[in-house]
Design a protein around this ligand. Sequence first.
Ligand SMILES: [Zn+2]
Length: 205
Amino acid sequence: MPTKKRLIEKFNHFLKSYYHENSDLMRELSDKQNPELLVIACSDSRIDPAILFNMQPGEVFSVRNVANIVPTFDAGAENHSIWAAIEYAIFGLNIKSIMVLGHSNCGGVNYLSNLIRENDTGSFYHLPIWVRNAASEQFSMLCHTRKQEQDSGLLERENIMHSIRNLQVCPWIEYRLANKSLALNGFRFDIKNGALETVYSSEES
Ligand SMILES: [Zn+2]
């Protein structure tokens, strides 16, 4: 259990090792950041974008939430935190690339598929409200026409594509994709096999 004592021990280890060994980088980063990549990833403890893509501090601006969901673009809607981060990444940091990162065995995607199939929220209140942001027509259709145990990969890919589509129709992202000043990629990481699957890429010809 990560008690305060254990957390401080772990931090001290970081201080003596990584922070000390990269003191020039940390000093450089102390008054500015200049990441070129925005990652929208699942909160799952088994995937860490910085570790998976060998990124150092300062290289990636991250948004993480249950099931790597980008809700529909609508300035008047309730999902301000996600779009505020995306907006800041685009206008404040001038990022060059967006990556949506999903993964195998995603609990959020599995929960949404159960919710659609059984209409059972379990003991959760906020979770069903949140994951319904990813209940696309395609996702619902897959839930109703396929067997659950065979389809986690299909649902995870569709979930990534739903976020990609919601990013694509945002006017200021659409504009940058059209003039190629921004790249957009969707990946699914298979935890068991260590495989990275490209679900979508604006960089493909
Ligand atoms: Zn997940």
